[in-house]
Design a protein around this ligand. Sequence first.
Ligand SMILES: Cc1ncc(COP(=O)(O)O)c(C=O)c1O
Length: 352
Amino acid sequence: MTRPARAVIHLDHLRQNFHRIRSLAGEAEIMAVVKANAYGHGLTEIARVLAEEGCRHFGVTDASEGQALRQTLAHAADITLLSGIFDLKDARLASAHRLTPIIYDERQLDCLKHAGFPGSVWLKVDTGMGRLGASQPEKLLKSCERAGFRIRGLLSHLACAEEPDHPLNRRQIDRFSSLCTRLGLPGSLLNSAGLSKGYAERFSCVRPGIALYGSEPIPSRPIGLKPVMQLQGRIIQIRHLPADHPISYGATFHTPAPMRVGVVSLGYGDGLPRQLSNRGEAFIQGRRYPILGRVCMDYTIIRLDDALVEAGDWVEFWGPNVTANEVARQAGTIAYELFTGVAGRVQRIIRE
Ligand SMILES: Cc1ncc(COP(=O)(O)O)c(C=O)c1O
């Protein structure tokens, strides 16, 4: 029997999220961000379902992710490389698989020219995030035009979109809009949080990632998304421990009284943050149960007391009943890190 540690992927939720995003995006094109194995959800299935729902444009990190995605998708789909190309080999992959890289420096252009790249590029500009971006966009634009590459548009990224009232949002949007106008190019700026704030009509292409997977980008302003991933382990043993019995590594928890506990087949080696030790909760059939002691590599122990829970029951750590945002808050991280941190050894179970 396979070790019961699984991430159930609810495709019906993915479809609903895509249509919710579609309605928020207005006339803007959607570039579905499926980098990092579709945020840990499984690139092939996620891209297939989004394509079935009408999505024609996908964003991945680099050329090798782009090559993998091209094998799944029809030639007609657009695949953008959000980190661009790193060397000549990437430029050749981009040429062979009709991938669309972002460009932020001349060195990348040289690689593309060398590879005889026939496609189009996005120009990446920094409007306030202080990450990737062309230092002199006008100059780079001229070089692209001289090299004969078609320019898809300008692309930039918001630094504080999940804080809707942060003044940097307005500054970035204004800077980006005026740059697009000055250079006469269409623009792509908004991620999930920016999109849910409602600026979509101002840009030609939006780039939702986390919202597709059903995690609310701004939890205080939910837009009705449904969690796609449900991370589950199973109770593999029930123990009746006496009072003052230590639990797990470091004996950080001692039973205050005789206690019935469950050992669950999922731990930090599967992607459950160790920061949930003595603090997180697990969900079984309508109720939450506290995590006792330290989360181990392969196991987590939960307090059951007299609940009608048996060995063999499935236990949810995040999913439709406990949001990844809530777990992330308890663990001092973000839902993105939880999703992309789910280990390769966890089975992905696809539910239509
Ligand atoms: C350049 C770029 N665009 C879009 C996204 C999608 O962002 P989100 O998942 O917040 O929607 C990301 C994610 O990291 C990104 O790096």
